[in-house]
Design a protein around this ligand. Structure first.
Ligand code: G3P
Ligand code: MG
Length: 244
């Protein structure tokens, strides 16, 4: 199949160079040549989709507690850059709305990974896809939606069937083909160290896109490309050879 994504996709923006899932991380990714970025989105308690990987604030902000237990108003003032380096002090957690405006200005394509706290998968899928639908104009490349959670993908499909979807796994399950078919996904995203040439061949010959995370070695990326992998997610988009 023809994949909509280039070979190199910046992971959480360019997480090796700037604090993950922030606007400055997108600027950095664009400045070092990335054409697409992946980022994580989850809902606040009051249902605002924000860019955030973890369930809790502690690792990457100066706040405490669960995102799903806090309203956007209390999350908004937090510092999401200083943990990474003083240089990024005062960087904020972006809303999905803000991120999409920046991505459009930077001409970056987006793989939007939907994260969800248990029990809010449907709401998360609907909420994220609704914002994507509202913002994405015909001039930009359409976003690629992905998730580890099947219900998030089902809900995103209900809300915005026009966008491509991919299912994310760590280890590839034996019934991967049934899952991709059931979710009407265009591709599978897997941990690069869980893939071998034979499985890659099976997935590709079934007509699905195949992308691997998180690949920070150019040598490994080259091997995956030889196997036919369409894209790699990397924290260092400048250190992986661009193919297309
Ligand atoms: O979307 C690929 C990759 O980002 C999935 O793992 O934990 O980095 O979101 P994680
Ligand atoms: Mg992710």
């Amino acid at each position: 199949m023809k994949s909509p994504t280039p070979f190199v996709i910046g992971h959480r923006g360019a997480a090796g160079h700037a604090p993950e899932n922030t606007l400055v991380s997108f600027h950095k990714a664009a400045s070092i040549g990335a054409r697409w970025v992946e980022f994580d989105v989850r809902l606040t308690r009051d249902g605002v989709p924000i860019l955030f990987h973890d369930e809790t604030l502690e690792r990457t902000t100066n706040g405490r507690g669960k995102i799903s237990a806090l309203d956007w108003e209390s999350i908004h003032p937090l510092d999401a850059g200083r943990w990474y380096s003083n240089e990024f002090t005062n960087e904020r957690i972006p809303t999905l709305d803000e991120a999409l405006v920046t991505l459009k200005n930077l001409n970056l394509g987006a793989n939007v990974e939907i994260k969800s706290t248990p029990g809010r998968e449907i709401e998360s899928g609907h909420g994220v896809a609704a914002v994507l639908k509202k913002h994405w104009s015909n001039v930009s490349p359409p976003p690629l939606i992905s998730s580890f959670k099947r219900d998030c993908i089902v809900a995103a499909k209900e809300e915005a069937p026009e966008f491509h979807r991919a299912f994310i796994v760590g280890k590839i399950p034996p019934n991967w083909k049934e899952i991709l078919k059931e979710l009407a996904c265009e591709g599978l995203h897997c941990r690069h160290d869980q893939l071998n040439a034979k499985t890659a061949q099976e997935i590709l010959s079934s007509g699905y896109a195949l992308r691997c995370y998180t690949v920070n070695s150019n040598k490994r990326a080259t091997k995956l490309r030889v196997w036919g992998v369409h894209s790699v997610f990397t924290d260092y988009p400048d250190q992986i050879d661009q193919i297309q």
